[in-house]
Design a protein around this ligand. Structure first.
Ligand SMILES: Cc1cc2nc3c(=O)[nH]c(=O)nc-3n(C[C@H](O)[C@H](O)[C@H](O)COP(=O)(O)OP(=O)(O)OC[C@H]3O[C@@H](n4cnc5c(N)ncnc54)[C@H](O)[C@@H]3O)c2cc1C
Length: 266
């Protein structure tokens, strides 16, 4: 939650790495828990090829939805100023595609939950009888969205998509039409405390703050990952630097405090 970073900043600690932020791809607001976002939809082409199109707030597609690299998908989303997009599909896709609301790793919404979200007009779940109504209710520009869907449907017909999408299973043409709002998510912090080679938290002038050490995610993901997510590179450095602190850096003295209790200091 960043509390450790805030505490250290009060002592003059420097925070580095915030320029490297990359959003996770991509979360949907829980239809029954306002303000909570989950990885509900399967946007990973290796587990489910996309049948939907992803439309940014300007009404245009911004990436080939079947981009195989998650890094490419995350960086495409990073280019969107508000880090959001609508996944848009129609009734035939709803009927024929693999269930969209089942992220194999994290979470699943049942058909009843999704139907209720559309019926109750949840802000992230929009259903409409026409493309124009869908555009109005999602605040997407009507003529642009109409053109985006026409162009995509032509790509499905010809097998050639200007953005390079390969998987073009169905046109978007049979009412009702659906749009589900997605946003980039942040599960880890790219920014973190600057430390020296002994993991001592340092100030802007490079001098260590006495007795303050840091290891793990509080150092920020950017330190070892730059602007990307590398598999295992959250847990592994946390364990490694923690072990280095315990085994080599901190030298513990044990003794009794003034009240006669056993204590340990580094
Ligand atoms: C959803 C999710 C998925 C992830 N997936 C991966 C992955 O696949 N691979 C990977 O390598 N990394 C992954 N990470 C990142 C990885 O889990 C973290 O970077 C790593 O766990 C950080 O370890 P840590 O010990 O630094 O911090 P934490 O694991 O956050 O531990 C900090 C601990 O301090 C405790 N604490 C906080 N305040 C106090 C206090 N005042 N007093 C006492 N205790 C306190 C907390 O309860 C917590 O137990 C993921 C993270 C998330 C959130």
């Amino acid at each position: 939650m960043g509390t450790g970073i805030e505490l250290a900043r009060r002592l003059g600690a420097v925070v580095r790495g915030s320029k490297h932020f990359v959003p996770g791809f991509a979360a949907v607001e829980h239809p029954e828990e306002p303000g909570r976002y989950y990885l509900f939809t399967d946007t990973t082409p290796q587990s489910r090829l996309p049948w939907e199109i992803y439309v940014a707030t300007d009404g245009r597609r911004f990436m080939a939805e079947d981009l195989p690299s998650v890094d490419d998908r995350e960086h495409a989303l990073m280019q969107r100023p508000d880090l959001t997009f609508w996944a848009i599909y129609d009734q035939r896709i709803a009927d024929e595609a693999l269930w969209f609301f089942a992220n194999g790793i994290v979470a699943r919404l049942s058909k009843d939950q999704v139907a209720a979200a559309f019926a109750k007009r949840h802000p992230s779940f929009v259903q409409a009888a026409t493309i124009d109504e869908l555009a109005e209710r999602t605040a997407l520009p009507v003529p642009v969205l109409r053109q985006t869907i026409t162009t995509y449907n032509q790509a499905v017909a010809t097998g050639r998509d200007a953005l390079g999408r390969q998987h073009l299973p169905r046109a978007i043409e049979r009412a009702p039409f659906y749009a589900v709002k997605h946003g980039g998510l942040s599960a880890v912090s790219f920014a973190g405390l600057a430390v020296d080679e002994s993991l001592r938290v340092i100030r802007e002038d490079g001098k260590p703050i006495p007795s303050i050490y840091a290891a793990g995610e509080i150092l920020g993901f950017a330190l070892l990952n730059g602007g990307s997510y590398c598999s295992g590179m959250g847990i592994t450095p946390a364990l490694t630097f923690g072990r280095l602190l315990g085994q080599r850096i901190l030298h513990w003295r044990t003794g009794q405090d003034a009240a006669g209790r056993q204590s340990a200091t580094a």
